[in-house]
Each structure stands twice: as structure tokens, then as C-alpha cells.
Design a protein around this ligand. Structure first.
Ligand code: 13P
Length: 339
């Protein structure tokens, strides 16, 4: 196993004050995002949106990597450069989402398991040749009546570990993403309990399947109140509960935790990350790998119009800069108006 390659890539992904842009929406999710700005989801519109993101000036100061979807990995920028090369030339590592989505879990109504292991070894080979340096696989854990079951947690953790082991064999650093969803009226305490159960299962499977912890990156949810919970936890409560949970569950050998935003308001996701880093130093780097919380303002500003590209790129740069500051524990609310 090429251990040093895995470790070096993980360290580069976790460069100080930088995070990862998740731009790996599947065609289905990209279609939803484009529909929200009344843009048809054609291959060329998806390319145009990603081209706007990836050519934004200055983002390389705050982004160590970008996670791509398979379609984008093989697409070209407007000037004909393949997207992975364009990013790598800017000092931003290209990564690739390799799972094939969360599907209904047999015998467990309402629960899901992520698919995509069959043929993965061969696909990884192609992705590496196309320039990918790291990978991502997302497990979806829903909170509800009697959910998640131990069964759902087990199969999702098992699949995450199988994926991670295959990626490490191929010299690609895996992002292990178990996402406990924000949807629901549950309290932050319930989110903490479920996140703890989830992480314990995930790390037990990673260990059982000999995954090198130093050569992976964890991408979890923050511990927060359910979206429709009437009693929303404060920024300080989120930082405290999230860190307590991760100190209990995540071995110090893991080099970094890059949080997903999960549908949080963009500025709130930044404030949460900042509050956690102000409580540092921690055993692992604590940074971001947001999709919506980085892209949403750029998406609405762009609205599918070429004339809006410079303003949309400024909106992305502002979120990247502010989250870069939060990754160092140096964000302040004034930075939002200073744009
Ligand atoms: P959000 O930040 O929008 O949750 O997306 C992160 C991600 O990659 C989900 O898989």
C-alpha cells in the first residue's frame, strides 16, 4: 500500500486555513439546484455553472481541493482545458465522488444504503488516470421514529469502509462521509446521540477493514438541532456538542475533519466552524467541505446569465474567504459586509 501518498494527499487537503469545495452534485441534484434559478439542466448548463465556479479568481487561497462528479471530471473548461487540469494548475486538487447514491434499504422502511461498490476498483483506475487525487462516498442516515436502526448504521458503515479500503489500495485518499441528516424536529441532543452511534460504527468498520486512519479524511455533519426543531441551539451550543461528540468518537490518528453544511444557512455554517476552531487546538484539523454553504450565493447571483459571472465569482470568493478564516478561528461577522 502506498501509505505515504495517502498521508501526503490528506495533509495537502487539510492545508491550514483552507477547505474543500464540494461540487459533486449528481445530475439529479444539479437539476434541482438549476431549477431553483429557472435554468434547464442540460450538460452544457451544468458545465457553464462549474466553469464559473472553477475559474473564480482567488479561490485557490482558500480551497485545497474540489470534489467533482464523474460528468465534470471528464468535461472541459470554456478554454478547452480539462477541468481536473485547470484545477490542478491552480494548485487545487481534483477529487471525485465515487458512490452511486443512497437507495432504499431492503427490509428497513424509510432507511437507505449507499450503493456503488461493484466495479469500483476498475472505476478508481479511470478516475486516477483522469487526474483525481482523492475520493468521496456519502452515507445518508435519517433520524425518525425508530431510525436509524442498528441495521442501517451497520450496512452503511460497512460500505464506507469497503470503499475506503479500495481507494487506499488505489493510492487515492478517501473522504469518509457519514451524514446524519438535519431534516426533522429532533433536538440537538438527539442529533448528538445519533452522530455518536454513527461514528462509533464507522470507526469500528474502518478498523476491521484495515483502513489507514492517517490516510483518510472524515466528512461528517455538525451536531445541530433538526431543521424544524422549535428550539434551535445557539452557535456556542453547536460548537460544544459537536466537539464533545467528536472527541469521544474520532481517533487522533485521523488527520482532519471537514464538515458538510447539510442545508444550514451559509453564514451560520461559517460561524459554527469558527466557534469550533476558537476552542482549539484540536487533535485533528477542523475545516469545511461545503457544497450549498459555499455555492448558494454564487448560484443565485449567476442565475444562468453570462453577464453575472464576475459577480457570482465574487460571491463564491467571499464564502471561500470567510470559511478560510473560520478554519483558522479568525472569522468575524464584519467580514460579511466587507465584501
Ligand atoms: P452540503 O454542504 O450542501 O451538505 O454538501 C456537502 C456534500 O458534499 C454532501 O454530500
Amino acid at each position: 500500500m502506498q501509505e505515504q501518498v495517502l498521508i501526503d494527499t490528506a495533509q495537502a487537503m487539510l492545508a491550514h486555513g483552507k477547505g474543500i469545495l464540494a461540487a459533486d452534485e449528481s445530475t439529479g441534484t444539479a437539476t434541482k439546484r438549476l431549477a431553483s434559478i429557472n435554468v434547464e439542466s442540460t450538460e452544457s448548463n451544468r458545465q457553464a455553472f462549474r466553469n464559473m465556479l472553477f475559474t473564480a479568481e482567488g479561490i485557490e487561497q482558500f480551497l485545497s481541493g474540489v470534489i467533482l462528479y464523474e460528468e465534470t471530471l471528464f468535461q472541459k473548461a470554456d478554454d478547452g482545458t480539462p477541468f481536473p487540469k485547470l484545477l490542478a494548475d491552480r494548485g487545487i486538487m481534483p477529487g471525485i465522488k465515487v458512490d452511486q447514491g443512497a437507495k432504499a434499504l431492503a427490509g428497513a422502511e424509510g432507511e437507505k444504503v449507499t450503493e456503488g461498490l461493484d466495479g469500483l476498483r476498475e472505476r478508481l483506475d479511470e478516475y486516477r488516470k483522469a487526474g483525481a487525487r482523492f475520493t468521496k462516498w456519502r452515507a445518508v442516515i435519517d433520524i425518525g421514529d425508530g431510525m436509524p436502526s442498528d441495521y442501517a448504521l451497520h450496512v452503511n458503515a460497512h460500505a464506507l469502509a469497503r470503499y475506503a479500503a479500495l481507494c487506499q489500495e488505489a493510492g487515492l485518499t478517501p473522504i469518509v462521509e457519514p451524514e446524519v441528516m438535519m431534516d426533522g424536529a429532533h433536538s440537538i441532543q438527539v442529533c448528538e446521540q445519533v452522530t455518536e452511534r454513527t461514528l462509533n460504527k464507522v470507526f469500528a468498520e474502518l478498523k476491521a477493514q484495515n483502513v489507514l486512519l492517517e490516510g483518510m479524511v472524515l466528512k461528517p455533519n455538525m451536531v445541530i438541532s433538526g431543521k424544524s426543531c422549535p428550539d434551535q441551539a445557539s452557535v456556542e451550543q453547536v460548537a460544544e456538542a459537536t466537539l464533545r461528540c467528536f472527541y469521544r468518537c474520532v481517533p487522533a490518528a485521523v488527520p482532519g475533519i471537514v464538515f458538510l453544511s447539510g442545508g444550514q444557512d451559509a453564514e451560520l455554517a461559517t460561524a459554527h466552524l469558527d466557534a469550533m476552531n476558537r476552542r482549539g487546538p484540536h487533535p485533528w484539523t477542523v475545516s469545511f467541505s461545503y457544497s450549498r454553504a459555499l455555492q448558494a450565493p454564487a448560484l443565485t447571483t449567476w442565475a444562468g446569465q453570462a453577464d453575472n459571472v464576475p459577480a457570482a465569482q465574487q460571491a463564491l470568493l467571499q464564502r471561500a474567504r470567510n470559511n478560510g478564516a473560520a478554519a483558522r478561528g479568525e472569522y468575524s461577522k464584519d467580514m460579511e459586509s466587507a465584501a
